[in-house]
Design a binder for this molecule. Structure first.
Ligand SMILES: [Zn+2]
Ligand SMILES: [Zn+2]
Length: 261
């Protein structure tokens, strides 16, 4: 069974609830879901924690996305810190830097990123990183803030092999999304081909970035199967081997027991 190591299942994206997409995912062979609790307000974080409390096959993360860095107030930071302590919250994230959209000023993004790393270190929980067009600053901040103490995941890995090596040296694993299946993703595919077997995961980042052959559709966790198949082909390994390895890696990194049945 596969793990979708990064999906968004909150009411912003699934107004009628996540049950249908999770049922379809189970039927496709996806057994466990890491539900990311970030958003413009606290709704997504609360929903992720509630869902993980209701379902044995869902785990949650909470954090402040770089897009929301400028609009998160002290009261919200307090509640995120409180939610992050919950036992089924397996990581702090997604946090990081996004210089592609620049929805928040860069200095504010950096400050919030540092603050969230400090929270993860305090709670001894791993970190889920979002980085876009900000590779150098992301790596410097991870180093400066001693993120290695907790390690984590570079989600939706979209950088090159050199970045992958530096991130892995800081104890961050690589999670590949549907972008891996895009034919022009040469640098990402090269990183995927050469990454050690114990450092790779797969995710959908649903509802975004549906993989080939469902590209352009709203993405859902069932589609992580396509990304896993692509990863297996790139690495010259069997689908089953990649499924087993990525599942083991995610469970180990996020320190959860795989649900049985
Ligand atoms: Zn992201
Ligand atoms: Zn995401």
């Amino acid at each position: 069974m596969l793990i979708d190591s990064h999906c968004h299942l909150d009411p912003t994206y699934l107004p009628s609830g996540p049950d249908d997409v999770l049922t379809r995912a189970k039927a496709a062979g996806v057994g466990t879901f890491v539900c990311i609790g970030v958003g413009r307000d606290l709704g997504a974080a609360r929903a992720a924690v509630a869902l993980a409390g209701q379902r044995h096959d869902v785990f949650a993360t909470v954090g402040v996305h770089p897009h929301d860095a400028a609009t998160t107030d002290e009261q919200a930071f307090d509640e995120i810190a409180r939610l992050a302590r919950q036992p089924r919250v397996v990581a702090v994230g997604e946090i990081g830097l996004d210089y592609h959209y620049d929805h928040s000023p860069r200095d504010v993004q950096k400050g919030v990123f540092r603050r969230m790393i400090a929270l993860a270190r305090e709670l001894r929980k791993p970190i889920v990183i979002h980085t876009r067009s900000a590779a150098a600053d992301t790596l410097s901040i991870l180093e400066e803030e001693k993120a290695r103490d907790v390690g984590g995941i570079i989600h939706c890995f979209s950088e090159d092999r050199a970045f992958a090596e530096r991130a892995m040296a800081l104890d961050f694993d690589l999670s590949f999304s549907g972008i891996l299946t895009f034919k022009n993703a040469h640098a990402i595919r090269e990183a995927a081909r050469y990454a050690p077997a114990d450092r790779i995961m797969v995710e959908t980042d649903s509802p975004f970035l549906a993989p080939v052959p469902v590209r352009g559709k709203p993405c859902e966790p069932a589609y992580v199967v396509h990304t896993a198949r692509c990863l297996a082909e790139l690495r010259g390994e069997s689908f089953d081997a990649v499924a087993q390895q990525t599942t083991m890696n995610a469970a180990k990194r996020l320190a959860f027991e795989l649900p049985s049945g």
